[in-house]
Design a protein around this ligand. Structure first.
Ligand SMILES: Nc1nc2c(c(=O)[nH]1)N[C@H]1C(S)=C(S)[C@@H](COP(=O)(O)OP(=O)(O)OC[C@H]3O[C@@H](n4cnc5c(=O)[nH]c(N)nc54)[C@H](O)[C@@H]3O)O[C@H]1N2
Ligand SMILES: Nc1nc2c(c(=O)[nH]1)N[C@H]1C(S)=C(S)[C@@H](COP(=O)(O)OP(=O)(O)OC[C@H]3O[C@@H](n4cnc5c(=O)[nH]c(N)nc54)[C@H](O)[C@@H]3O)O[C@H]1N2
Ligand code: SF4
Ligand SMILES: [Mo]
Length: 694
């Protein structure tokens, strides 16, 4: 049996894996035993990669639509024909409406430097990632406080002495390394406080679980700050050195007492006081976890800012057991990898179609855009027509709230092309579907994994492609060649691409052979907390009073305004993930489908009784945007104001036979509304009614 070290891609976390191969078939996938913090572990999704490889329902060859969009009428095409077709259509749209009328949306991945280069070379500013829908407001929150994005920050759970999680359902919505770190820390006495309107698996592992009223975490945080400042529980030396705006915060939180917050959150005032005191006892090795999916409510940015500020008050930013800035090759005294975007590319001066970087949306990160604004830009041709959309490893129909609205936008386009590994709803709605080889069949650009100990990881093909599929980097290059921008893609083979990236680093591909990675630093790199934290804000401090916010006309401390409560008879629709699935993409996986075949609607026992709903009964969930049916799960373990369902179900593509029509789709019910300061959609802004189906 042959061993191939590679990188998992059953979800976006990209854990290092060891793939065991015999006769060009994958026998077993395990975690890479050589990687500290992984040591052979794998999650259920990672292990199920084997059944994705041999899935008969995968995309097998290029397809060109023959019937109306969404009708499921296709003809198979050769790669040459499909690529010629897409390139000709793109050229036509560019000729007629300009480069800016072409948009590309993807879930950021190892080859994103290739897609960014492609868009720049076409002269379009409209490159989008999924980021805003996941955590755009967190990205903005971090930039307002530190000048860094959330992606440049990590959490040192292994050394933390107290971890506070706000709906960060870490044991289900998981990443292997942090889960293992936290489990080990818990074994050695670390405290865990978990705050969620729903008793998730993580709640059951916590020392203290607080059932909060949905949407009121910001009130809780203002009260925590109130106590911390009033009782002088913060790290004075650290705050004096690194924080700008303590006095202003002090004045601001003065009225937000624990008693006030109790009324808002439902959490008793004494619990709030004791959480503030207990957390501060562990300082600076305390983590107020800033979250992962940060797209709940319209005040998302201010909530995420408040969490980061709590860490600053504890002195835990850049402390062992706290938050840290991720270090890269340069911090380790090494040369970073070359990216295609380092080239001298044409400058794109056009405005983005989503308004990012303009007075409409000044703060969200233009490196990602605000993808949930794309349907509106397309439908209203405002500020200009967008006519072609390339989608790569993203399913906007299910991952942007309000399915029907997004669908209407897709209808309006002259060209929709999807690069995927299976029939997503968006692929089903496309004109051309280009099938990508799955991660076990392809290599990708080398990964620069920044952190306390930066390292490089390599995805290598473990087996040959099962069907007539190609890797994405090759697909993009083939399109670029046809569009006359091939000169920006100076590679023919995967090896060429790797050599390009490694040039000047002194590292060669064979250095990855033994363990699958190359370490850039043996020691954890911390900056000196006394004087060496390289903050990127104009003041060089952690800006509680933020120059970025204020110069764009937003207050640093807006008075607390409650998110609207559901009217009588309505529930807030909360969503989340299960350990067995990745977002919207694994529900058809034969093994994972067996584990969790459908989602259910969590509803509080008393509310269910009022509505005459029994456990296991089918119900209809209705919002201002749509309706769907789902089985009820009647339980005491959810706050009465909310109902909850897993994201990722209610799939609509018949050829995905295992998951087709199973459960309900959250995107069908959600409203497309955005935190206009931070950039995230408020996925939990929507209210629903629920009625039993007899
Ligand atoms: N309504 C709603 N919207 C949401 C969320 C929610 O909870 N509810 N969650 C948000 C969050 S946190 C996130 S991160 C995003 C995620 O949004 P998405 O990125 O859309 O979700 P995924 O399920 O990760 O994958 C999307 C597509 O990638 C394809 N894919 C998987 N592997 C490959 C590959 O190797 N190559 C190619 N070409 N394609 C591949 C899958 O088949 C799938 O069609 O959604 C956000 N949007
Ligand atoms: N298995 C698996 N793991 C994953 C992923 C996956 O798809 N599958 N995706 C990865 C990605 S991209 C992301 S973004 C993360 C997401 O990881 P998390 O950020 O942990 O997000 P969710 O799974 O969306 O869980 C949200 C939780 O918030 C709770 N909640 C809802 N409303 C409120 C509220 O008002 N206050 C509080 N305090 N809690 C609330 C919900 O009940 C739910 O338990 O997971 C990552 N890990
Ligand atoms: S968390 Fe699981 S699915 Fe995601 S990359 Fe790691 S092993 Fe793969
Ligand atoms: Mo996410």
């Amino acid at each position: 049996m042959e061993t191939v070290y590679s990188i998992c891609f059953m979800c976006t976390v990209r854990c290092p894996i060891k793939v065991m191969v015999e006769n060009d078939d994958v026998k077993l996938i395990e975690g890479n035993p050589h990687v500290a913090g992984i040591e052979g572990s794998i999650c259920p999704k990672g292990a199920a990669g084997v059944s994705l490889l041999n899935d008969e329902e995968r995309l097998k060859r290029p397809l060109i639509r023959t019937g109306p969009r969404g009708s499921g009428q296709w003809r198979e095409a050769s790669w040459e024909e499909a690529l010629d077709y897409v390139a000709a259509k793109l050229a036509e749209v560019k000729e007629k409406y300009g480069g800016r009328s072409i948009a590309l949306a993807e879930r950021a991945h190892l080859n994103s430097h290739i897609s960014k280069t492609f868009m720049k070379a076409l002269g379009s500013p409209n490159y989008f990632t999924h980021d805003s829908c996941c955590k755009g407001s967190l990205n903005t929150a971090f930039r307002t406080l530190t000048g860094y994005t959330d992606g440049q920050v990590g959490v040192d759970l292994g050394k933390a002495r107290h971890v506070i999680l706000y709906g960060r359902n870490i044991f289900e919505s998981l990443e292997l390394k942090p889960v293992k770190q936290l489990m080990q820390a818990l074994d050695s006495g670390t405290k865990l406080t978990y705050i969620d309107p729903r008793v998730s698996v993580t709640a059951t592992k916590a020392h203290k679980y607080l059932m909060i009223r949905p949407g009121t975490d910001l009130a809780l945080n203002y009260a925590l700050m109130h106590v911390i400042l009033k009782e002088g529980l913060y790290d004075k030396e650290y705050v004096n050195r690194w924080v700008l705006g303590l006095k202003e915060l002090q004045q601001f939180v003065e009225p937000y007492t624990p008693e006030w917050a109790e009324k808002e959150t439902g959490i008793p005032a004494y619990e709030i006081v004791s959480l503030a005191r207990e957390a501060s006892e562990a300082k600076p090795a305390v983590v107020f976890h800033y979250g992962y999916r940060c797209s709940h409510y319209l005040n998302e940015i201010y909530f995420r800012r408040s969490i980061i500020m709590l860490n600053a008050l504890m002195g835990s930013i850049e402390a062992p057991g706290g938050l840290f800035f991720k270090k890269g090759a340069k911090d380790a005294g090494k040369k970073p990898l070359n990216k295609l975007t380092d080239q001298d590319l044409p400058e794109v001066t056009e405005e983005r179609c989503d308004g990012v970087g303009t007075p409409r949306l000044p703060l969200p990160d233009p490196a990602h855009g605000v993808v949930q604004m794309l349907p509106k830009a397309i439908l209203e041709e405002d500020p200009y027509p967008v006519k072609a959309l390339l989608v790569w490893r993203f399913n906007p129909l299910l991952s942007i709230p309000d399915y029907e609205y997004t669908r209407r936008a897709l209808e309006k386009l002259d060209l929709v092309v999807t690069i995927d590994i299976q029939f997503s709803e968006t692929a089903w709605y496309s004109d051309v579907v280009l099938p990508e080889s799955i991660y076990l069949e392809r290599g990708d650009s080398i990964q620069e994994a920044n952190g306390l100990k930066p390292a490089l990881y390599l995805r290598r093909p473990a087996v040959s492609p099962r069907y007539d599929t190609r890797p994405g980097w090759e697909i993009m290059k083939s399109l670029a060649d046809r569009l006359g921008i091939g000169q920006y893609f100076p590679y023919q083979t995967l090896e060429d691409l790797w050599v390009y990236q490694l040039q000047g680093t002194g590292i060669s591909i064979s250095d990855f052979d033994a363990k699958g990675f190359v370490s850039l630093s043996d020691e954890a790199i911390y900056w000196d907390r006394k004087d060496g934290i390289k903050l990127k804000t104009p003041s060089g401090k952690i800006e509680f009073v933020s120059s970025l916010l204020e110069k764009n006309g937003f207050p640093s401390f807006p008075a607390y305004e409650p998110v609207p409560a559901p009217p009588e008879g309505y529930f807030r629709l909360m969503i989340g993930r299960t350990a067995a699935h990745t977002h919207v993409s694994t529900q058809n996986n034969p093994l994972l489908n067996e584990l969790v075949p459908e989602n259910v609607l969590w509803i509080n026992t008393l509310q269910a009784a009022k509505l005459g709903i029994k456990n296991g009964q089918m119900v209809e969930v209705i919002s201002s945007r749509g309706r769907d049916t789902i089985r009820a799960f009647v339980t005491d373990l959810i706050h009465p104001e909310a109902v909850f369902m897993l994201h990722g179900f209610g799939h609509k593509v018949p050829v995905q036979s295992r998951c087709y029509g199973k459960g309900a789709m959250d995107a069908l019910l959600q409203e497309n509304v955005t935190d206009m300061v931070g950039g995230s959609p408020a996925l939990q802004h929507v209210f629903v009614t629920v009625r039993p189906i007899n």
